[in-house]
Design a protein around this ligand. Sequence first.
Ligand SMILES: OC[C@H]1O[C@](O)(CO)[C@@H](O)[C@@H]1O
Length: 512
Amino acid sequence: MAGGGYAAAQGDGRRYEGGVTAFVVITCLVAAMGGLMFGYDIGISGGVTAMDSFLKPFFPHVYKKQHGNHEENMYCKFDDHVLTLFTSSLYLAALIASFFASATTRRFGRKMSMMFGGLVFLGGAILNGAAVNVAMLIVGRLMLGVGVGFANQSVPVYLSEMAPANLRGALNIGFQMAITIGILAANLINYGTSKIKAGWGWRISLGLAAVPAILFTIGSLFLPDTPNSILERGNHEKAKKMLQKIRGTNNVDEEFQDLVDATMAAKQVEHPWKNFTGRKYRPQLIICTFIPFFQQLTGINVIMFYAPVLFKTLGFGDDASLMSAVITGVVNVVATMVSVYCVDKLGRKALFLEGGVQMIICQVLVAVIIGRAFGTEGEGEMSKSVSSLVLFLICAYVAAFAWSWGPLGWLVPSEICPLEIRSAGQATNVSVNMFFTFVIGQFFLSMLCHMKFGLFLFFGGFVIIMTIFIYYLVPETKNVPIEEMNRVWKEHGFWSKYVSNDDVTGRTSSPP
Ligand SMILES: OC[C@H]1O[C@](O)(CO)[C@@H](O)[C@@H]1O
């Protein structure tokens, strides 16, 4: 999820009246469509670029390379910058669009950003499904990227502003959940469409992205804007009425007053970025920058984008490659559910550390097995049992990511930022994430060609560094109300020097 940032943010520890109304349920469904759009994009391109019927007309040189000379190093079969641009261009567009989206979301409301995102995305899906040349494909991908940028910026904000306070944390991970379901749906659709003999299956794969986009656009047409957004744009009366409507009760005074206070406080911060880079917020700045960077440097998107290509490279047949992608997709969804269940029981740190160690073990083993089978020359074969073992290890790696860095990569940055730096923290998290998603998307195939099986050790090395980072620098934030977060920094061996005693509220400053 590009940014469940506002979730679990305001009002923790307080009980407002009103609960789950039809508005909240519909909000969740529409927001889920936004997550599906993003996930669908992540999962669809790898399968499509593994289809001969797609490669032949659009990337004939890759097709030839793959089918021609058998002496070609197997690590390099798919190394082609235009092919990777097809995958990665989306994330670059999303990164740039999210800056514009942030201003639109503030000035014209969340709903407007969502509608705009949905429409542009729909245009991209149509263009891709109907593509007759590479330009149409790339322009389509860029449009999808703009849609994703707007949706990912506005949906999480919309979601957490609509949700009752006690549901915000769950909805935060819920959005990541929708992403993983989108990836799985894409894997399944690729599996089905690759069987269409006439060779236009890839058009269905790319065109079907229109389905979540239509539902998302229509949904956002009918949804109201959030009370926070109405208030932000100065309409006090209307904002209060809206809050009463979505909470299903007239007794919203306490929550409304908190909203008004929060809006006023946010308006008083003239330079949120300057604020964010100030010494006092150093822990947040470092964590909001490094967590998304590390999340992508786990190498997860190698699997999410290129699983079918990777499995094909390892010598799996066409069908087996796509099926293996479906298997990793299922593991991703199920393991994300594990996280939803465990995050408040075991805590963030335990999940991060366990996930990290499990990923390292899997990556080292995969590197050793591939290295032994194909060497540095990229020649050789893998027996059935060994390739099943590789598939198993990749699934164990995906599971580890999905209950740790996947959802926590969004949850932790969102819960450590107080209101006055929340939007800056959120924007940093989203843009660093998108940027490194782009980098991995663009350079993975080329890195595989040059680093060979060592690539898995490269990502494994990063996982070692990030696990140490978590161990020493990220405090446990389970069950800590946002407004008491400074206590956590103050008690931390390294960060305590950045936080003054005056900033600490909560347990240490309140009477026992
Ligand atoms: O579920 C895996 C997916 O989750 C993300 O890390 C977003 O949180 C994506 O970059 C990745 O494709």
